[in-house]
Ligand binder design. Structure first.
Ligand code: UN1
Length: 440
C-alpha cells in the first residue's frame, strides 16, 4: 500500500496549505483502511485568496490570444493521453469506479482538451449588415471573468474538464472546488495545467466541504459565474446564492432517465442497453437508466431476460408511476420497470417526472423513433442505445430540474456558458448617423 501523500491547495501558482492548517483524509471506498492522501480542509479565507489571485490573473490571461490559450489546452490533452493509465488507476482508488470506466473518464477529459483547443481558432462571432451606410456591425465573444467551478465525485476528471477547459479557452480564470469524496483526479488536472505553463493565478484549486468552500465561492462578489454539477437540492441553494450577487449560473442536476422498449424492439439489444445504462458506474451517473418502460406485449419476456442477466443484482419490476421508486433519483444500481400499452402511453409515463436529462427508445420503427425524439422532454435522447454515454462535443444537459437552460459538455454550447457577447458598431461615415431615425 502506497504511503498517503499530503496534497495542497493551488493558489496564485503556489501549492499552499489552507489558512486554518487543517486537513481531511481521502480514503479508498473499496478499502476504507487505505488513506489515499490528506487534502486541505479550506475555508472562506482560502476562497478569498484564490478569487483575489484569479482576479489579478484575469487582467493578463484575457489578453493572451485565444489560439495561444488553446495551444496550452492541446498540450494538456497530450499529457493526459500519456498518463491515461496512471490517472485511471489513481481514480479507481480515489472513488471506486472500475478501471475500464476510469480510463473512459480520463479519455473524456482528453477529448475535451482536443476539441476545445480547436475552439481557440473558432469561437465564432457574427457580422451582419447595418441599417445605415458606412457602418459595420459585429459581435465578439469576451470572457466572463472569474469562474467558480464546483464539481462532483462521480466523474472526477471528466466533469472538471467540461468546465475548466472551455472556461480557460474563453479567457476566464477559475477557482475550482472538487468534491471532497474524490479530489485527486481534479488535482491531477490542475497539475497538468501548471505543467503546460498556464500562468499563475489562472487556475486555482481549493479543497474542502460544500459549506466551507462551495458556499463562499457562490457568494463572493468577485466571482462572475458559477458552474455547478450536483443534486437538484444543492443546485437550488447555489442558484439562490448566485441570484443575490447577480452571477451567471450554470447548473447540471439529477435525472430519472427513462428507457422505452416497444414491442418491435430487438430485445437482446434492449437488455444489453438496460444493463449498461442502469448498472454501469453502479448507477452513479446522472444519466443512468432508472426507469424502463416496456410495451405490455413484450413486458414479460423483457423482464425474464433482464432478471436472468441481472440475477445477482436487485431489479424492481411491477412498479407503477406513482411509487417513490419511479419518481425520485436513487443514484445507485437500481432500476424499475413499468408497463405501457402503446408508444403514446410510454411517452406519457416517460415525461411524468420532475427531471429531464436523458431518455432512450428501443424500436425498429423509424417513424416511432422520430416521434419519440420529438416528444421526450429531455435534453438528450438516444435511439436504440441506453441513456448513458454522451460524447463531449455535443451539448450536455437537461430540461426541468435537470438543468437551468445551459448546456455544458465541451460542445459549442459550453462556449456560450463561458463567454459574454460584446456587440461592436463601427461608424466610418465621418458624420453623426442615428439608428432608427436617419433611415426612416
Ligand atoms: C454524469 O452522469 O454525471 O453521458 C455525467 C455519460 C457520461 C457523462 C455522465 N459521458 O454518461
Amino acid at each position: 500500500m502506497a504511503e498517503p501523500k499530503s496534497y495542497r491547495n493551488f493558489i496564485d501558482g503556489e501549492w499552499v496549505e489552507c489558512a486554518a492548517r487543517e486537513t481531511f483524509e481521502d480514503r479508498n471506498p473499496a478499502d476504507r483502511s487505505e488513506v489515499i492522501g490528506t487534502f486541505q480542509r479550506s475555508s472562506q479565507a482560502d476562497v478569498e485568496a484564490a478569487v483575489e489571485a484569479a482576479r489579478r490573473a484575469h487582467r493578463r490571461w484575457r489578453q493572451v490570444p485565444a489560439p495561444k490559450r488553446a495551444e496550452s489546452l492541446f498540450r494538456m490533452g497530450e499529457i493526459l493521453l500519456k498518463r491515461k493509465e496512471e490517472y485511471a488507476r489513481e481514480m479507481t482508488r480515489d472513488m471506486g469506479k472500475t478501471l475500464k470506466e476510469a480510463r473512459g473518464d480520463v479519455q473524456e477529459a482528453i477529448d475535451v482538451c482536443y476539441y476545445i483547443a480547436g475552439e481557440g481558432r473558432r469561437m465564432f462571432g457574427f457580422t451582419t449588415p447595418s441599417e445605415l451606410p458606412n457602418k459595420s456591425c459585429s459581435s465578439l465573444r469576451m470572457p466572463v471573468g472569474v469562474c467558480g467551478l464546483i464539481t462532483p465525485w462521480n466523474f472526477p476528471m471528466a466533469i472538471p474538464s467540461w468546465k475548466l477547459i472551455p472556461a480557460l479557452v474563453c479567457g476566464n480564470t477559475v477557482v475550482i472546488k472538487p468534491a471532497s469524496d474524490a479530489p485527486l483526479s481534479c488535482y491531477h488536472l490542475v497539475k497538468v495545467c501548471q505543467e503546460v505553463g498556464i500562468p499563475r493565478g489562472v487556475v486555482n484549486y481549493v479543497t474542502g466541504g460544500g459549506e466551507a468552500v462551495g458556499a463562499p465561492l457562490t457568494r463572493h462578489p468577485g466571482v462572475s459565474l458559477v458552474s455547478f454539477t450536483g443534486s437538484s437540492e444543492t443546485s437550488r441553494q447555489v442558484n439562490l446564492a448566485c441570484a443575490d450577487s447577480y452571477k451567471r449560473v450554470s447548473l447540471e442536476m439529477g435525472g430519472k432517465n427513462a428507457m422505452i422498449v416497444l414491442d418491435d424492439a430487438r430485445l437482446d439489444l434492449a437488455v444489453d442497453g438496460a444493463l449498461w445504462g442502469a448498472f454501469a458506474t453502479t448507477g452513479q451517473r446522472c444519466t443512468a437508466t432508472s426507469r424502463i418502460i416496456v410495451h405490455k406485449k413484450v413486458h414479460k419476456e423483457f423482464v425474464d431476460r433482464l432478471v436472468e442477466r441481472a440475477s445477482v443484482l436487485k431489479v424492481f419490476a411491477g412498479v407503477t408511476r406513482a411509487m417513490r421508486i419511479a419518481r425520485e433519483e436513487i443514484f445507485g444500481p437500481v432500476v424499475c420497470i413499468l408497463a405501457a400499452d402503446s408508444l403514446d402511453d410510454a411517452l406519457e409515463i416517460a415525461n411524468d417526472t420532475l427531471y429531464g436529462l436523458s431518455s432512450s427508445i428501443y424500436t425498429q420503427d423509424l417513424n416511432k423513433a422520430f416521434v419519440a425524439v420529438r416528444e421526450l422532454e429531455t435534453g438528450i435522447t438516444y435511439v436504440n442505445s441506453s441513456t448513458i454515454g454522451a460524447e463531449t462535443h455535443l451539448p450536455f444537459g437537461g430540461t426541468r430540474r435537470s438543468g437551468n437552460g445551459h448546456r455544458e459538455g465541451a460542445a459549442h454550447t459550453a462556449i456560450e456558458v463561458f463567454s459574454e457577447w460584446k456587440t461592436v458598431y463601427v461608424d466610418y461615415s465621418g458624420k453623426l448617423q442615428k439608428a432608427q431615425i436617419d433611415n426612416n
